[in-house]
Ligand binder design. Structure first.
Ligand SMILES: NC(=O)c1ccc[n+]([C@@H]2O[C@H](COP(=O)([O-])OP(=O)(O)OC[C@H]3O[C@@H](n4cnc5c(N)ncnc54)[C@H](O)[C@@H]3O)[C@@H](O)[C@H]2O)c1
Length: 340
């Protein structure tokens, strides 16, 4: 199998590395808006660099992996779909709902595969949480507390392309909340704080955000995120039911210190970022994609799933800007809605 990888920045480098080592992947064609970046990576991996996206199609591939900045995803998804090729794309599909719906329409019209990069679905902790919830072991679930705390903020240039804290970061929590619980979010109330570095205010973004989400079975969930967690990279989810409670992301690298005399010691080597924390999950999601391309398994995370996560992010943006609760029904693209 030959795979075209478009975008060889941080995550593109990780994914190209993984695919290059995969036994079912014969070769890769790498390209980037900065051709020198693609060439350097291709040289390092013993793969081929292409001068542009056109060559991915003229040279011929069996599948496409899109790891560019988010603003380019929708157009590249559409092009791959029109070429009849299966696509793996990093989250989100687009920075807005019209772009997302348009890309989905192209995929659905072509009848091709779009697998989205929500790697937490392949993380052992979240998989265990889903099994615990679905088995009934926790009893009736009443509370979920999820958080994503980055250790260091992105550069101002990256921030400007990110779409903001809800669409860029918390979208992972929104997706995994739906996946673990099996329930849809029906309303949100979100707030954000921009009292940290000035670049967040200048971008109209927030450095820290929180949201209260109500699920369709009445379960309450709180999600928080920050770009400024000096202690380390912290991704957790606590799920509490009438019978038991569990936590994802609590281990000897969790960057939090107990103040209790008998509490656990602080982590010697706290997690520093998503690349190390989710390394195995990134590999597993791409192994799944190869199986999807080979027709050996169903798509584990299609574009409709990404649409729902983006709708929750959009609702949070409206809520925090307008300082009011927002029902998901107010946001375009709901269940049964036609894509356009
Ligand atoms: N799943 C995750 O945990 C995760 C983590 C980080 C990033 N991401 C997503 O991955 C994507 C890339 O993020 P990153 O951190 O690697 O960014 P990055 O800035 O490190 O890399 C992006 C690369 O895309 C290239 N590029 C931009 N537009 C292009 C185009 N039209 N054609 C070809 N190349 C183009 C840039 O030159 C750059 O090399 C984003 O959508 C982001 O949301 C996901």
């Amino acid at each position: 199998m030959r795979i075209g990888v478009i975008g060889t920045g941080r995550i593109g480098t990780i994914h190209a590395n993984t695919l290059s080592r995969h036994r079912e992947v014969g070769s890769l064609i790498l390209t980037d808006a900065d051709p020198a970046r693609a060439q350097e990576l291709a040289h390092r991996l013993g793969e081929t660099a292409a001068p542009g996206v056109d060559e991915i199609y003229t040279w011929g591939v069996d599948a496409v992996v899109i790891t560019t900045a988010t603003s380019a995803h929708a157009e590249l998804i559409g092009r791959a779909a029109r070429s009849g090729l299966p696509v793996f794309c990093e989250k989100p599909i687009a920075l807005d709902l019209p772009g997302t719906l348009h890309a989905l329409a192209e995929v659905e019209a072509a009848g091709t595969v779009l697998q989205m990069g929500f790697q937490r679905r392949f993380d052992a902790g979240y998989t265990g949480a889903r099994e615990a919830v679905r088995s009934g072991r926790l009893g009736r679930l009443h509370t979920v507390r999820a958080l994503t705390s980055d250790q260091a903020p992105p550069s101002a240039a990256r921030l400007a392309l990110s779409g903001g804290l809800y669409r860029d970061t918390l979208i992972h929590d929104f997706d995994i909340l739906r996946w673990v619980t099996g329930h849809e979010v029906v309303d949100v109330y979100a707030a954000g704080s921009d009292t940290g570095p000035a670049m967040f205010r200048e971008a109209g973004d927030v450095d820290t955000g929180a949201a209260l989400l109500t699920l369709d079975d009445g379960t309450l969930a709180t999600v928080t995120a920050t770009r400024l967690n000096g202690a380390g990279y912290d991704v957790r989810m606590e799920l509490a039911g009438e019978l038991d409670q569990i936590v994802v992301g609590l281990d000897d690298r969790t960057p939090i210190a107990s103040t209790e005399p008998t509490g656990p010691p602080a982590a010697d080597k706290p997690w520093t970022g998503f690349l190390e924390r989710f390394g195995p999950a990134y590999e597993a999601e791409l192994a799944a994609f190869v199986e999807v391309v080979r027709g050996e398994r169903a798509n584990p995370c299609d574009g409709r799933e990404a649409l729902q996560a983006l709708r929750i992010a959009e609702a949070c943006e409206v809520s925090r800007r307008e300082r009011r609760p927002v029902r998901l029904g107010e946001i375009a693209g709901g269940a049964g809605a036609a894509v356009m």
